[in-house]
Design a protein around this ligand. Sequence first.
Ligand code: ATP
Ligand code: MG
Length: 296
Amino acid sequence: MNPSQPSRSDVVEVRDLVVRYGAATALDSVSLRVAPGEMVALVGPNGAGKSTLVNTLTGILTPAFGSVEVRARIAQVPEGRQMFGDLTVDDNLRLGAWQLRGRGQSRRKQRDTSWVYELLPDLVRVRDRKAGGLSGGQQQMVAVGRALMSRPEVLVIDELSLGLAPLVVADLAEHLAELNREQGTAVVLIEQNARLALDLCSRAYVLEAGRIAAEGDSADLAASPDIARAYLGEAQGLPSPPGAHDPGPDDPGPDDPDPDDRATADLAPTVGTAETARGNQDTTVQAARAAAREAK
Ligand SMILES: Nc1ncnc2c1ncn2[C@@H]1O[C@H](COP(=O)(O)OP(=O)(O)OP(=O)(O)O)[C@@H](O)[C@H]1O
Ligand SMILES: [Mg+2]
């Protein structure tokens, strides 16, 4: 089996998806896959179709054409958090389990929120407060915790960092990495901060004007000058991981005779380099913490 190709074991497989709002086409022939336990980033400018794509994955929107197969339990942290502001944090969390079927003892276990507090300990001291009165970062943690309560195998997060301070984002990123590492939860992460998304996830898709403009290994994409210029706010990409090709100033660029060395917009999907991404996660979190400390 070619590991770069979609496989029946993928937890999410989207093929040639077209989604429309009335006459307007928001997604045009989009294909995407997520393997079990994989962290996949979805980056792109405002209006590119990122929310439309994840809302189609979770069944909120219906495709006009193409196919969406989700072969695992999926939960979404929606854009804008969408708390039940008048309910307590604990009640918001428990609502996340409402779709799970269970009776008696097993139902009580499903509604037990203690493991979520272990994963997101900042929520412990606000557990009895109304969610509407929490800070943005705390609300985002509740939104993540609520999604986790449905015991997803795939967690879809629409804008992790929107409106949050760098330190809070670093914490959330750390929690996600831990969840992925310890529970094997696959993550689809939409994130305006492309550097964070590419550091945290092993594979990424770049969506532009409703089409996949680039996809592949996150480290390769981050090293692509086009991606770096458009999304990382710099002329050079991220430093390459050890052993990876490092395009220097003499790099022949798109005419490079070795196609395997390209990090361009037409990369075929590859299996993510989980180890690289995990190494990067630590660096990202540390860098964000350092930046936040300096900003204080
Ligand atoms: N309910 C809607 N009705 C009509 N058009 C919509 C609707 N929701 C989104 N669109 C349009 O579909 C396109 C994709 O929007 P979408 O919200 O998916 O983008 P996005 O990548 O999530 O953007 P952002 O980064 O701003 O959240 C945009 O042109 C948007 O204006
Ligand atoms: Mg959006």
